[in-house]
Design a protein around this ligand. Structure first.
Ligand code: NAD
Length: 253
């Protein structure tokens, strides 16, 4: 039996044991890797976003304040990759895990809405959402379809509009992060998919769950720092292995 098949068997047994309890808590945490098969580049790695764009020029609030028109220009060029993307089999498998009551929450660092498009209902977005637009001055929300043509687009109040995503020099939305910490703290099971374990605080959630004695199952094409706390590490593409994992669990229910 291949290493991943052995690990998969172990993962299914862990999930069966946990879900056979009367009450349990389980969540999935996702990063950019879950959306790679949908055509959205990850941040790090060979063909990652930061290989193409300069972090300091587009990734910070300071950059936005410096030259918002330039960033809107880049967004016009690149945002459609995210906005037009379709969920892949990994997103569908995660939605199925929620639908069948195996997990209760999906916590994501992604800004692409693909979990919601796949049917996940309880999604906590830690880093915002690219399809929501807000005014930096009065917080009024705009739909992408109603954006004024001018660059940078401006609110009725004169403030500059920006996508509602968390930049690298900003803090995370308090309500979401608090909720995510509470989910992670009480979890019996955490399934971690396609995240590099490098972006804090999201990367700390699995450690918190482990401290509370949760079982940790990881799907990643690379070995990350989360390996040290993993009960099972499925080293491969999540769009291949998550659907197999989900079907195996459902079959045994
Ligand atoms: P990351 O780019 O740092 O890491 C991606 C991880 O996914 C890596 O560990 C890589 O090995 C793994 N991976 C790549 N392809 C995979 C596959 N097919 N199956 C399983 N694993 C795979 O991303 P991150 O950890 O999410 O953190 C960086 C930040 O990137 C987050 O803040 C997130 O908001 C942002 N981001 C989001 C999107 C998106 O919305 N789709 C895209 C790029 C970056």
């Amino acid at each position: 039996m291949s290493k991943n098949k052995t690990e998969l068997k172990k993962a299914v047994e862990i999930v069966q044991e946990i879900t056979s309890k009367r009450k349990y808590h389980a969540y999935v945490l996702t990063g950019a890797g879950v959306s790679k098969a949908s055509g959205i580049p990850t941040f790090r790695g060979e063909d990652g976003f930061w290989e193409v764009y300069d972090f300091d020029e587009v990734g910070t609030k300071a950059a936005w304040m410096r030259d918002p028109a330039k960033i809107w220009q880049l967004l016009h060029e690149g945002a459609n990759i995210v906005l037009d993307a379709k969920p892949n089999p990994a997103h569908t498998a995660i939605a199925k895990l929620e639908e069948r009551g195996i997990i209760q929450h999906t916590i994501t660092q992604n800004i692409d809405s693909l979990h919601q498009k796949a049917g996940s209902k309880k999604v906590l977005e830690l880093h915002g959402n690219l399809s929501r637009i807000v005014c930096i001055k009065c917080n009024k929300q705009y739909s992408l379809d109603d954006l004024p043509e001018e660059l940078p687009p401006k609110c009725d109040c004169g403030g500059i509009l920006r996508p509602d995503v968390v930049l690298f020099d900003e803090t995370l939305p308090e309500k979401e992060i608090r909720h995510a910490f509470s989910v992670a703290r009480k979890a019996d099971l955490a399934i971690i998919v396609g995240t590099s374990a490098e972006v804090i605080p999201a990367a700390s959630l699995p450690y918190l769950s482990k401290k509370s004695r949760a079982k940790i199952i990881i799907f990643n094409t690379e070995i990350t720092d989360h390996k040290q706390i993993a009960d099972v590490y499925i080293h491969g593409k999540c769009e291949k292995w998550l659907p197999i994992f989900t079907e195996e669990i459902i079959k045994e229910m």
